[in-house]
Write a protein that binds this ligand. Structure first.
Ligand SMILES: [Zn+2]
Length: 75
């Protein structure tokens, strides 16, 4: 789906893209991301984006900047 191909679940060809996913926990809106340990607190890296099939709702999540996540993990 990410590359514009049809949905792998229902074969639908209409795909919605959301460049960010909002996490509303703790009363604060922030973009959903993976977490890594920082010096004191966990911190978010690798914000997620979503591709959603308009036919069945099947959703794929991807890290929007995979190179930044690789740099973070490998440093
Ligand atoms: Zn589908």
């Amino acid at each position: 789906m990410k590359t514009g191909k049809d949905c792998p679940k229902c074969g639908g060809g209409r795909i919605f893209h959301s460049p960010t996913i909002t996490d509303r926990d703790d009363g604060w809106d922030k973009n959903l991301a993976l977490q890594v340990k920082g010096l004191i607190f966990k911190r978010g890296v690798g914000e997620l984006e979503a591709f959603v099939c308009a036919g069945c709702g099947y959703t794929e999540l991807y890290v929007s900047d995979i190179e930044a996540l690789r740099r973070e993990v490998e440093s």
